[in-house]
Design a protein around this ligand. Structure first.
Ligand SMILES: [Zn+2]
Ligand SMILES: [Zn+2]
Length: 312
């Protein structure tokens, strides 16, 4: 692949993950993949980087979003409105780009799982803060699994790889993979707790993520990720993440062996830091994913009358 085709642009974020990478595909069409947070700082930095390689926002034809998280999609609505950029995203991800989705459902679900009220309130506050980094978006087009997107001289294939986010996609072309957060070299990206976009059910995020990692175990090519280094061994990286899951899995199952408990009680045994309001949500996300897996593997059962997890 022509090495001048994909330009990496790095932008700051206010989130614990640190900087985010977005990419300019410089073909006949100019396509941005992801765009950074809705901050003046990211807007100005992105503009400056584009200027340095000879472009302005008005030269950008399309913006392809890997997923709805604001470090990747935050500026989308502004680029669409002010610069006429046409924005595409997977249909499943659409609802997550509208603010205040599932607020009642989250509260109800956390109460059922014995999360203390002050932490539920803190998570609601955290969500308001998080939502300040994007605007509601109505995309110009939807992308779907296996779809081919031409940029002129090159064709990218969309792959739907859910887990970290339900409608997460990556863009594949000739051995290059622009992958958002679906595969990072050093971090096992969290399979975020959320609800299905079209039913009241919770998404089995970790199980989805594991299916995506199983698919990526067989990949070759260069990965251009949303965070961290570019790398050339996606298969090995995917396998290492799957293996690291087994360590956490054993911790979670052992925690249930100590005695039945609610999600919050089991999480406290594995990750005592769940009581720090800033990370409560991520800790609960992590543990519920492994509890889903432990139920699939018949190591644990969920007693839905008492809302506790029990050892089988
Ligand atoms: Zn993300
Ligand atoms: Zn990210």
């Amino acid at each position: 692949m022509d090495s001048t085709l994909i330009h990496q642009i790095t932008l700051p974020t206010p989130f614990p993950v640190g900087d985010v990478h977005v990419y300019l595909i410089n073909d006949d069409m100019k396509v941005l993949v992801d765009c950074g947070c809705k901050t003046e700082k990211d807007y100005n930095r992105l503009q400056q980087h584009l200027n340095e390689i000879g472009f302005s926002f008005d030269d950008i034809d399309q913006l392809w979003l890997t997923h709805s998280h604001p470090d990747h999609s935050g500026l989308a609505a502004r680029l669409q409105k002010e610069h006429g950029v046409k924005v595409g995203i997977h249909q499943t991800e659409l609802r997550y780009m509208q603010k205040n989705q599932f607020i009642d459902r989250f509260g109800e679900w956390f109460r059922k799982h014995h999360v203390p009220e002050h932490l539920i309130q803190a998570m609601d506050g955290g969500r308001v803060w998080y939502q300040s980094y994007y605007d509601n978006l109505r995309p110009d087009f939807l992308v779907k699994d296996k779809q081919k997107l031409s940029t002129g001289n090159n064709t990218f294939t969309v792959h739907h790889l859910p887990g970290h986010a339900p409608g997460h996609v990556a863009f594949f072309s000739n051995g290059s993979i622009i992958s958002g957060d679906v595969l990072l070299e050093k971090i096992t990206s969290n399979a975020i707790l959320t609800f299905e976009h079209d039913t009241p059910k919770r998404v089995r995020s970790l199980c989805q993520q594991r299916d995506s990692l199983e698919f990526m175990k067989n990949l070759d090519g260069t990965v251009y990720p949303g965070h961290g280094n570019t790398f050339d061994n996606p298969g090995e990286v995917a396998e290492a993440h799957l293996n690291s899951h087994e360590v956490r899995y054993t911790q979670v199952v052992n925690a249930v062996k100590l005695g039945e408990g609610s999600l919050f009680e089991i999480t406290k045994r594995v990750l005592p830091q769940v009581e720090q309001p800033a990370i409560t949500f991520l800790c609960l996300s992590e543990v519920i994913g492994f509890l889903d897996l432990s139920i699939d593997r018949k190591d644990v059962d969920f007693d839905s009358d008492r809302n506790v997890f029990v050892k089988l």
